[in-house]
Structure formats: structure tokens, C-alpha cells
Write a protein that binds this ligand. Structure first.
Ligand SMILES: [Zn+2]
Length: 379
């Protein structure tokens, strides 16, 4: 077993990480190992998993056995020398980066390295990126920086020119299917279905394959594409989609939020009922942070729902071109019927409208009006 086993369909990247690991372990002064790495790949390709696996391999005495205490703690995010910075807000601020830099300078406690993983480095603000630049340029000898982003152009040119790049690919349908069969207990039919509809997104494939609620939510979302008849139905679909994304975000976050709040309240509990000094400010800050995390979850859920809806129009286009290689095999009849009522040109326009809405949502446009405009354009 190796920590790299979980990287599906990424043999090239795995080879490079393995040779970097052995160069780092042997202390040889070859070119394989550097201090700053940039992992890029589309959502779901496993770019943060690759960074985490690499970190485990570097702190493990057996180059990433996957079972020892070091490997396990890195994988679960509790290793003392490996910090996974996963921004909950919509952007990473300079202040947060400065705190990370200060911690990164500490000597490692158990292994040879202190490793900082910044997931979603595309969310660095310009000042945050500038704050990081000098550190990445001249890092402490014991500190490694792993940055993750969807594409190279999501990271400022000054940052990326100082990192070694690793490009992850969208894994093939077959490799996702094999991954599900080996790592979950689902049957082959479910694995094939989830691999097909998730389009190479490992996390989503696993979620759909193993979660009934996710399967029915996907069906509800896709049904919206077939419900758009007039302005009224478009507006209804928009608010329905937003409600679904909100409910999903709340159910995902509420348990964690109340646990964090309770811990903080306990930490600031004085004698009697009052909080000791600083308590109410800390609680206010936490609540603000949680609110921004929920906003981000809602946007992420909307984005993934829109990607799902786009697959319907993609399937319609495929059907119109005479092929039956559709993704949503469970909706074949609906797709075929829809395809007969519209033209390939309209299908392309619809896919483009979804892309535009996703870009607008990414730029913080108001979700409801963006969705209303989108569904009217899809009608
Ligand atoms: Zn290990």
C-alpha cells in the first residue's frame, strides 16, 4: 500500500512525486526536489489529495507507506508538521498568509520538513500573493510550500514562476469506476453509473455512488432543465435551485458550526454565566467566518448543480448529432424527446449560457437574479 494509491489516473504525476520523495530522503542534490510546488488540475482531479499524499511520503520513514502514524496523521490533517490551509471564505487574505508564514518558520517537530499546503491558492488576494512571494522565493531550508489551483492562470505569474508545476488530468471513466469498486462497497452497476455522470470528478463520483440523498438531489436538479416552459416556471426553477443549494450547505455545515461555537464558548467560559474578556468578540468573529463559509458552500453547490444541468444539454447535443454516447443514461428518454424539439445551435447556446452564469457567480453576482436570468435564457 502507498499514499499515492488514491491518486486515480495520475501515473505521470505519481512518478515525479516518487522520485522527488526519494531525492529528498537521500539528501542528494539532484533537480527532482524543490521547496515550492504548484499542483494544478480541474475540480475533482485530486490536486489537493496529490499534495497531501506527497506531504505524507516526505514525513513517512518509508516514503509514504499509508499505514504508519505519520502517514495517517497527515491524511487526516492532524500531523504536527503539516499544515493544510483550506480557506473557508471566498478569498485568502494577506493577514492569513502572514500568520501561515510565521508558523512555517518553526522547526519541524518530528520529521525533516515543515510543510504548508494551501488548497485553493486561486483565492489568494493580490496583497496575500505578494506577502507569500518572498517566502516562496527564499524559503526556510526545512519548509516546503504546496499550492493547489484549478489552472496555472489562476495563480499570479510571479508566484507560479517560482514553483515547480504538476498538472493533474481529469481521470478517465474507467479509472474512476475501478477506484469506486476498490475503495467503496458499491456494486458494478452503481460504480459505472456514478463514474459516467460525474465526468471524472472523483469526489463527486464517490458521493453519488455512496449517498442516496445525493442521487435524488441530482435527479431533482436535472429535472429542472425539462421544466422550463414559460417565465413563471423559469423563476420557480431558479428559486428551487437556490433553495436546494442552501439546504445542502446548511446540512453540511450546521453540525460543524455548532461544535465550533460550543468549543469556543467553553474556552471563554468564566465563573458563572459570563464570558471572560475577549469572548464575545471571538464568538462574533467565528460567526462571521461561519457565515462566509456557508456562502461559499452555497456557491460551490450551485456551481456543481449548473455543471450537472450542462450535461443534459451536452447529451441533447450528442443525441442531435446521432450518437448515443450520453452521460445521463438514466434520462435517455427525456433527453431524446428534448433533442427532437430543438436544434444543435440552441443546445450550444444553452451550454454557453450556463458557462456565463458560472463565471458571474464566481464573480459574486447575486445568486437568485443570476439563476433567473439563466433559466430564462435556457427556456
Ligand atoms: Zn508511512
Amino acid at each position: 500500500m502507498s499514499v499515492f494509491d488514491s491518486l486515480v489516473g495520475q501515473s505521470e504525476v505519481v512518478e515525479r512525486l516518487k522520485s522527488a520523495t526519494s531525492a529528498a530522503t537521500s539528501g542528494s542534490t539532484t533537480q527532482e526536489m524543490v521547496h515550492s510546488w504548484l499542483f494544478v488540475g480541474p475540480a475533482g482531479s485530486g490536486r489537493s489529495n496529490a499534495a497531501v499524499a506527497f506531504a505524507a511520503a516526505l514525513v513517512c520513514s518509508q516514503s509514504g507507506c499509508g499505514t504508519c502514524r505519520d502517514c495517517q496523521t497527515v491524511l487526516t490533517g492532524t500531523h504536527i508538521d503539516v499544515e493544510r490551509f483550506n480557506p473557508t471564505g471566498l478569498s485568502i487574505k494577506a493577514e492569513e498568509v502572514r500568520e501561515l508564514i510565521a508558523r512555517s518558520a518553526w522547526s519541524p517537530s518530528v520529521g525533516p520538513w515543515r510543510i504548508v499546503i494551501i488548497e485553493d491558492a486561486d483565492r489568494l488576494t493580490e496583497t496575500a500573493a505578494n506577502a507569500l512571494l518572498k517566502t516562496i522565493e527564499e524559503p526556510e531550508t526545512h519548509t516546503l510550500w504546496f499550492l493547489c489551483a484549478p489552472t496555472l492562470s489562476d495563480v499570479s505569474i510571479t508566484i507560479r514562476s517560482r514553483c515547480r508545476h504538476l498538472q493533474l488530468r481529469t481521470p478517465s471513466k474507467t479509472s474512476v469506476e475501478e477506484f469506486l469498486l476498490t475503495n467503496t462497497s458499491v456494486d458494478s452497476k452503481t460504480a459505472a453509473f456514478a463514474a459516467r455522470v460525474s465526468q471524472g470528478h472523483i469526489g463527486r463520483a464517490r458521493f453519488i455512488a455512496t449517498n442516496q440523498e445525493a442521487q435524488s438531489r441530482r435527479k431533482d436538479v436535472l429535472a429542472l432543465a425539462f421544466s422550463l416552459k414559460d417565465i413563471d416556471s423559469c423563476f420557480k426553477a431558479a428559486s428551487r435551485l437556490l433553495d436546494t443549494a442552501q439546504e445542502q450547505a446548511e446540512s453540511e455545515n450546521s453540525e460543524r458550526d455548532s461544535k465550533q461555537l460550543k468549543q469556543l464558548q467553553d474556552a471563554y467560559q468564566g465563573t458563572g454565566r459570563s464570558l471572560i474578556s475577549g469572548g464575545s468578540k471571538a464568538i462574533k468573529d467565528l460567526e462571521k467566518e461561519q457565515k462566509s463559509a456557508t456562502t461559499r458552500s452555497i456557491r460551490d453547490n450551485l456551481d456543481s448543480a449548473l455543471l450537472d444541468i450542462a450535461t443534459i444539454y451536452r447529451d441533447v447535443l450528442v443525441t442531435q448529432s446521432g450518437s448515443d454516447e450520453i452521460l445521463n443514461i438514466d434520462l435517455k428518454a427525456e433527453v431524446a424527446e428534448f433533442a427532437s424539439t430543438t436544434t444543435p445551435k440552441r443546445s450550444i447556446e444553452r451550454i454557453e449560457a450556463i458557462l456565463e452564469a458560472r463565471i458571474n457567480l464566481g464573480r459574486n453576482s447575486a445568486p437568485l437574479s443570476t439563476l433567473e436570468a439563466l433559466f430564462c435564457a435556457l427556456k
